[in-house]
Write a protein of this length. Structure first.
Length: 349
């Protein structure tokens, strides 16, 4: 089983673009909050799934800089770099991820992958020749990312819940066939309870609030990136799509744009959505609500920019390299157990 002694909390954020506030509040912050407060009880892994970054076409000349930028964002978001209980790494520097993914591929059904809603959504937006096999089976690599380290808790936004369920399925499938190999991550509901109020959320695109805010989206107008100039980001909020009802209610189905602004407001102020929704319920000026959220976004990004400027790059690189060496050992041990189980290596005597 897991070679580490403490329960593992793990998450990854792709580097196909700058991270946005959905990534920040959906996945990064819950893990960093845990890292700050509970690293004595948990092993914390935060990694850049760089191999996942080009499941849809990207500008490859930007990828290397983007990977480093995202690692710096982790530090700017408050990840303690001097804590030995916290690990940061790049997926492609640990080849066990790819090797385990191949083994999992052979235990995964075509139908199972075809049912993944994220694949259906993303592939629908691309022409057939741009829909890669990598996009199709990326949840398999994601399962390897999680199961190699025996992670029990994986904070992710709502769009990744189905992939997490698949991870549980494949872990149980191999455990049933080969004996207890993997720690099965907790069910999504337990994860939400564990990480608290912001879990499982889905921040919507500002221009088209019927879809999630997504960094794969090329126009960028409906997205608040962590690296956005604060004034530009405030303008994006002012330009957010609302509705013609004219009265503020938190009602994601009938008023998705307004409800999204209330959600962003709540996340930025640290209040619950309920509290913010109650406070604004019945207001008749969408403009005033937008101005309030725009100011909050501006303050948040100004502060974040200052934190980004003060990241210690030398300390970050040293930690990254040391952690990658350590994680290679952990991951290779797990991979060997799987290779032995499936008959690729002789069993230990
Ligand atoms: P990625 O890189 O698309 O997104 C990173 C994290 O941000 C969350 N997220 C959101 N949360 C709320 N609202 C949004 N609009 C929003 N958009 C994105 C995502 O749910 C995710 O948690 N497959 C993963 C990366 C990955 C991973 C892993 C995660 C690869 N291996 C292992 C956890 C464990 C992905 O593409 O996330």
């Amino acid at each position: 089983m897991n070679t580490m002694t403490k329960p593992v909390l793990l998450t990854g954020l792709r580097a196909n673009n700058d991270l946005h506030i959905g990534n920040y509040f959906g996945a990064l912050l819950p893990l960093i909050d845990m890292a700050r407060t509970r690293s004595a009880e948990y092993q914390i892994n935060l990694f850049v799934p760089d191999l996942h970054s080009f499941t849809t076409p990207i500008d490859h000349s930007q990828l290397q800089a983007q990977i480093i930028h995202n690692l710096r964002l982790f530090a700017a978001a408050g990840l303690p770099l001097d804590d030995p209980g916290i690990h940061i790494y790049r997926q492609s520097y640990i080849s066990a991820h790819s090797e385990l993914a191949w083994i999992f591929d052979c235990f995964t059904g075509f139908g199972e992958m075809s049912r993944m809603t994220q694949f259906k959504d993303k592939s629908a937006r691309l022409s057939d020749d741009r829909v890669s096999v990598g996009l199709f089976n990326y949840p398999v690599l994601m399962a390897a990312d999680i199961l190699l380290y025996g992670a029990s808790y994986v904070p992710v936004g709502d769009d990744q819940s189905q992939h997490l369920e698949f991870t549980r399925d494949i872990a149980e499938r191999l455990n049933n066939q080969f004996g207890e190999l993997f720690v099965v991550p907790k069910p999504v509901k337990d994860q939400h309870d564990f990480f608290g109020k912001d879990q499982g959320l889905r921040i919507k695109d500002l221009i088209d609030p019927s879809k999630k805010m997504s960094k794969s989206d090329e126009s960028g107008k409906g997205i608040i990136f962590l690296g956005d100039d604060p004034e530009t980001a405030a303008k994006k909020i002012m330009g957010a799509t609302t509705d013609s009802i004219g009265v503020v209610h938190y009602d994601p189905a009938a008023q998705p744009g307004i409800s999204n602004l209330l959600t962003i407001h709540a996340l930025l102020s640290g209040e619950t959505i309920q509290a913010v929704a109650d406070h604004h319920d019945g207001d008749t000026s969408y403009g005033d609500l937008k101005k309030e959220v725009a100011e909050q976004v501006k303050d948040f990004l100004t502060d974040f920019k200052a934190k980004l400027m003060s990241v210690n790059d030398e300390q970050l690189t040293a930690k990254l390299e040391a952690d990658e060496a350590a994680m290679n050992q952990v991951a290779n041990q797990m991979l060997l157990r799987v290779q032995q189980a499936v008959g690729l290596r002789p069993k230990a005597v």
